[in-house]
Design a protein around this ligand. Structure first.
Ligand code: GRF
Length: 210
């Protein structure tokens, strides 16, 4: 926690950063009592970096090519997050698989947003198009804790959307994205409030939580 007692977030991004924007907007609207302490990108061209800068959020670029291994790159990210004093690491469109040592450094303190209803269509970078091509009639998005196995950690929140006959992968992805922007800040708020408990791999609401 920071001196003001706010829950501190470290957000990892690689691209356009609409989920980062949703977090920043939820904070600004007073719906999420947290602050983004640091945004980390593995890509210097990520538009997400501009969104962070526009809100005065510190950013750092940690490129894969600047390090001899993915492990060293990710441990450099871990060190930056530790120095920023983050309480929770949020993967918001980060396009690398985290090294297991990074995951171990933040046990049950890393969450990810994935654009499908896990465990369906996990593991890839094109979950919306995969769901569309498969012909499912319902898809959606999942916020989950990150464990060493990709897209397989305990599920915090999910939102479902219909897949319509005249959808394209793009229209489906846009419908899913709207829900991502809703449930990612909501999941962070639940964690920040200490409103969740974990039983096995089931994430449940604490009964005494607000
Ligand atoms: C989202 O679809 C998210 O579910 C996936 O990567 C995409 C990131 O989009 N993990 P954005 O950069 O937040 O706009």
């Amino acid at each position: 926690m920071s001196e003001r007692g706010r829950f501190r977030l470290g957000v990892l991004v690689s691209g356009r950063g609409t989920n980062l924007q949703a977090i920043l907007d939820a904070i600004q609207r007073g719906e999420l009592n947290a602050e983004v302490a640091l945004v980390v990108s593995n890509r210097p061209e990520a538009y997400a970096l501009r969104r962070a800068a526009q809100r005065g959020v510190p950013t750092v670029v940690v490129e894969r090519r600047a390090y001899p291994s993915r492990r060293e790159q990710h441990m450099a990210i871990a060190e930056a997050l530790r120095q920023a004093g983050v309480d929770l690491v949020v993967l918001a469109g980060f396009d690398q698989v985290l090294h297991p040592d990074f995951v171990k450094a933040f046990p049950m303190r890393i969450i990810n947003i994935h654009p499908s209803l896990l465990p369906a269509f996990g593991g890839g970078l094109h979950a919306q198009a995969d769901a569309w091509a498969y012909g499912v009639k319902v898809s959606g998005c999942t916020v989950h804790f990150v464990t060493e196995e990709v897209d397989a950690g305990p599920i915090i929140l999910q939102a479902a959307v219909p897949v319509l006959d005249d959808d394209t992968p793009e229209t489906l992805a846009a419908r899913i994205l709207e829900q991502e922007h809703r449930i990612l800040p909501q999941a962070i708020a639940l964690i920040a409030q200490g409103a969740l408990r974990i039983e096995g791999r089931r994430v449940l609401r604490c009964k005494d939580a607000r």
